[in-house]
Design a binder for this molecule. Structure first.
Ligand code: AMP
Length: 526
């Protein structure tokens, strides 16, 4: 049987030329299934992770369909919704790559990209609008955009949209679009809420599933590094020793919280490793620059949060290190899926402490595989000699055994209200991406970091998102009502941290007033 080629799809010559220049000759499975169906105008539900070639699977037929017809002022013909700025920028790159011999126009509505320029483009008329839901609704509400010209709606990384609380926005956007449009939905996993979304807004979609969500690629060798202690310093030491013991060309270190990303990146750098952090509280320019350095091979270790790294197409990553198992077990598959792409081999290492056993158990149950243990030589002995971190920074009498997740920051620990809020919302939206309010309000960083920095339960059930909770989260998040939230956050104390002796310890800097400081209001004294 002869293999399908891109030419077999009947793609236009000037698209095929761009595909060939990209170096692709054989369509990936999702491309093989999706392209003919999309070309015919059908809806597609693609259950596929990044790395499967899913972006080209929708961009190629989309540009072919758009190559006939013309854009009208303020009325984009194709709308692509992405959960994060980076993912949106990546789709835009793909659009430019495959559409370079076509005369199609594009606008990008994401945080960190000049609004003015995009507005001018929109005003003139664009074929494709790539946006994060928050920014899109912003522009729509301001009357800068008309959606009745949209012929194709593409929702990328729908499950991440769900995690970030964007589903109500997407539902709202769908109601503004013409009913006879084509709708393509891509998602790495297919939970009930996404199934409902597909059912409501797609017409007889072709479901294409390229890998089962709980599958990990066979090309990835997975290892677990089991530590006898929950101590944060021990965890960082273990991470370093694992990195040093493995032949790392480049790798991504995943952390569960943004604050952890900073600490781990700084700790690695301090100990002579070439590492840089990437998370949503960093300015867009820094994130883009870091990512570019990593892509260009000029940065060895990218320390990332799940949201920041999700969907990023970083080819040829050799190693993935999990500073701890992810709170959501399916994120494990996404994380380690950064390596071992396109048939290449890769390695993943997950540091697991006694406090992580439960969440690691969930991961093992999901991947239905046994993961062998790995222990760098001399690590256990070294850990025994380490002074426990909690002894030094424990101020509020917290339980030592809570280790990294619980006993880190006294500022954090004291704020029980924040902590409670975090516990109630295990799947908090990391309000970092596509969120104008966060990107543009400097004080909002503290506000969004606070719940993130509080305790993250190792694993909480029920784990499925319900619309009511979703709404609640939106109220708490910076998404909406933006004005109110930002006003409130301005009054919050800015948290700050300082370095301490041989490693990084979280502590409120002395010049910062935490809580009310000395000025306790009279009503509280009563
Ligand atoms: P994606 O799943 O869209 O994130 O794509 C993952 C990577 O696969 C990207 O670097 C693409 O450039 C690459 N890619 C897409 N299609 C093909 C193909 N047919 N053959 C080889 N690589 C591809």
């Amino acid at each position: 049987m002869t293999e399908t080629t891109f030419a077999d799809f009947g793609l236009a010559e000037n698209i095929l030329k761009a595909v060939i220049e990209s170096g692709y000759t054989i369509p990936t499975p999702i491309q093989r299934e999706a392209i003919p169906h999309i070309l015919m105008g059908g809806d597609v539900t693609g259950v596929a992770q990044t790395g499967t070639g899913k972006t080209a699977a929708f961009v190629l037929p989309m540009i072919q369909r758009l190559s006939t017809g013309r854009a009208r002022a303020r009325m984009p013909r194709c709308l692509i919704l992405c959960p994060t700025r980076e993912l949106a920028a990546q789709v835009a790159e793909n659009f430019e790559k495959y559409g370079k011999y076509l005369k199609l126009t594009m606008a990008l509505l994401i945080g960190g990209v000049s609004f003015k320029d995009q507005e001018t483009l929109l005003q003139r008329g664009v074929d494709v609008l790539i946006a994060t839901p928050g920014r899109l609704m912003d522009q729509f509400d301001r009357g800068k955009l008309l959606m009745m010209g949209v012929e194709t709606l593409i929702i990328d990384e729908a499950d991440r949209m769900l995690d970030m609380g964007f589903i109500p926005d997407i539902e709202k956007i769908c109601t503004k679009l013409p009913a006879n449009r084509q709708t393509l939905l891509f998602s790495a996993t297919f939970p009930a809420d996404i199934q409902r979304l597909a059912k409501t807004f797609q017409r007889d979609p072709k479901k294409i599933e390229v890998t089962r969500p709980a599958q990990t690629a066979e090309t990835i060798s997975q290892f677990v590094v089991k530590l006898p202690t929950n101590d944060g310093k021990a965890r960082r030491t273990a991470l370093r020793r694992v990195i040093e013991a493995t032949n790392v060309k480049n790798g991504i270190v995943f952390c569960n919280r943004k604050v952890e990303v900073d600490i781990v990146a700084a700790s690695l750098t301090k100990h002579g490793h070439d590492a840089a952090p990437i998370h949503g509280d960093l300015p867009q320019s820094v994130r883009s620059e870091t990512l570019q350095r990593f892509r260009d091979g000029k940065l060895k270790l990218l320390v990332a949060s799940d949201v920041a790294a999700r969907g990023l197409d970083i080819p040829d990553v050799g190693h993935v290190f999990n500073f701890g198992p992810p709170p959501k077990d399916e994120d494990y598959v996404h994380r380690i899926g950064r390596t071992g792409r396109a048939g290449r081999t890769g390695e993943s290492y997950t540091v697991v402490t006694p406090a992580d056993e439960k969440s690691w158990g969930f991961v093992l149950k999901m991947i239905k595989k046994d993961v062998p243990e790995f222990m760098p030589e001399g690590l256990l002995e070294e850990l025994e000699t380490l002074p426990p971190e909690e002894k030094r920074d424990r101020k509020g009498g917290r339980d030592r055994d809570r280790g990294e997740r619980g006993g880190r920051s006294s500022a954090r620990g004291r704020n029980s209200e924040r902590s409670d809020r975090a516990k109630r919302s295990p799947r908090r939206r990391e309000p970092e991406d596509g969120d104008v309010a966060v990107a543009e309000a400097p004080v909002a960083i503290e506000a969004v970091e606070a719940p993130e920095a509080a305790e993250v339960p190792v694993q909480e059930k029920p784990r499925r998102e319900r619309p009511a909770r979703n709404e609640k989260r939106r109220e708490r998040s910076d998404e909406q009502p933006r004005g109110e939230k930002r006003e409130r956050d301005r009054d919050r104390p800015q948290r700050d941290y300082k370095r301490k002796d041989d490693d990084l310890i979280l502590e409120p800097a002395p010049d910062r007033v935490v809580g009310f400081g000395k000025d306790i209001p009279a009503f509280l004294k009563r």
